[in-house]
Design a protein around this ligand. Structure first.
Ligand SMILES: [Zn+2]
Length: 399
């Protein structure tokens, strides 16, 4: 653990800084959870390390902390979920301030994780501390923090397994906020009530290799693949739905690797990723795309074969607008004076796992600099976020 620990538990800014100083690039714990555990224990949380291992994946440290009535299933267990791991710094020489120095400058707190999402963890821990100081531990329910060290990585040994362990022992969660940096341009302007699904498909197209001078004897895999690509991207997949933007399909690579000038290749490969809305499941979408491919493949004649390798990192989901989104939007309105848009844009997050257990939404800081050099959060936003979380707790556990 760095020697800069033991900040006042009540200070969002100092706790964020202490967390940023832990170089917890996935899958390293780097003292971040240890620090958080100490702070939460001081507040009265029961802390439990849930560290998981699995063959083929890195060992990951996770922390589950809970305070309040121990009764299971009383309908009032509010969970804050987050990740203490951060993405690598990238090109270190491009940073104008040390990525793990946690410096304050010009009204901002700089550093890797300031926005995504150590700031939100600190804001919530601070909010819970103030809440418990006022209400005591007998507030008619439970508050928990479910913090993983494996969100930016493969997400195998983190939230998924923590949720399963809780469920296995009969511990239910009734509502959850994930502290991802969902605000778009200014603090509080956006929350995420769902996310698009994500599917990556590797296609291998097989024709017949041959001498370029004898086209009648070959079946050029590049020509076949280019027609297939065209068939997949020319027509939009859909027009979007009530809560989602249209499904997108982007090719990310095309590979042939043919050094010869006189050989037409028999094999060509390509990869695309789709971010799909709630009109599809990965299964129905894949079937639809294969249909498009089969159609064009058939019109080309010959015996061209297309093989697929599919990996789905998440299905699309959303929590219908209702109690939870109104609770958060109301708190944002009253604390920050901002109207919070309900959105499903952006990449995936661990909310995709939590949604199988309870209503979940994501709300946090401005995400503009996440994963970039000179990641930062406005100091004022960090404080406001903590007050929003505290207001959410107050209203959720209204006497
Ligand atoms: Zn994140």
């Amino acid at each position: 653990m760095p020697d800069t620990l033991a900040p006042a538990a009540t200070d969002t800014i100092e706790l964020t800084r202490a967390l940023v100083r832990c170089e917890s690039v996935t899958p390293r714990e780097a003292g971040a959870l240890q620090l958080l555990e100490k702070v939460l224990k001081d507040v009265g949380f029961r802390c439990e390390r849930m560290d998981f291992t699995e063959k083929g994946a890195d060992d990951v440290a996770n922390l589950y902390a809970r305070i309040g009535e121990d009764k299971h299933g009383n309908g009032k267990h509010f969970c804050f979920a987050g990740h203490s791991d951060v993405v690598p710094v990238g090109d270190l020489s491009s940073w104008t301030i040390g990525p793990f120095a946690a410096e304050l400058s010009g009204g901002y707190l700089f550093g890797r994780g300031a926005a995504d999402m150590k700031g939100a963890i600190a804001a919530f821990a601070d909010a819970a501390q103030r809440f418990v100081a006022r209400r005591g531990t007998n507030f008619g329910g439970a508050i928990s923090l479910l913090i993983t060290g494996d969100e930016e990585g493969p997400a195998v040994n983190g939230t998924v397994k923590m949720l399963k362990r809780l469920a296995d022992r009969g511990e239910t969660i009734d509502a959850c906020i994930v502290g991802e940096p969902t605000s778009s341009k200014r603090f509080g302007d956006m929350m995420k009530i769902g996310r698009r699904g994500s599917m990556t498909v590797d296609m291998t197209v097989r024709g017949i290799q041959g001498h370029v001078a004898y086209p009648e004897r070959l079946d050029n895999a590049i020509h076949r693949l280019s027609a297939i690509i065209e068939a997949l991207v020319r027509e939009p997949i859909d027009k979007g739905s009530t809560h989602f933007q249209p499904t997108s399909l982007q090719f990310t690579t095309v590979d042939v690797g043919n050094p010869a000038t006189n050989i037409a290749p028999g094999v060509a490969k390509a990869r695309f990723n789709t971010r799909f809305n709630d009109l599809w499941t990965s299964k129905t979408l894949l079937a639809h795309l294969k249909e498009r491919v089969d159609k064009v493949n058939a019109t080309l004649g010959g015996n061209g074969i297309v093989e697929y390798q599919v990996s789905v990192s998440g299905e699309s989901f959303y929590t219908p607008p209702g109690q939870l989104s109104e609770l958060v939007a109301g708190a944002v309105r009253d604390v920050a004076g901002v109207e919070c848009e309900l959105s499903t844009t952006g990449g995936t997050s661990d909310a995709r796992f939590i949604r199988s257990y309870c209503p979940v939404l994501e709300f946090g800081l401005v995400g503009e600099t996440m994963h970039k050099v000179d990641e930062k959060s406005a100091i004022a936003d960090l404080k406001t976020l903590s007050r929003v979380y505290e207001t959410v707790l107050d209203r959720y556990f209204a006497a």
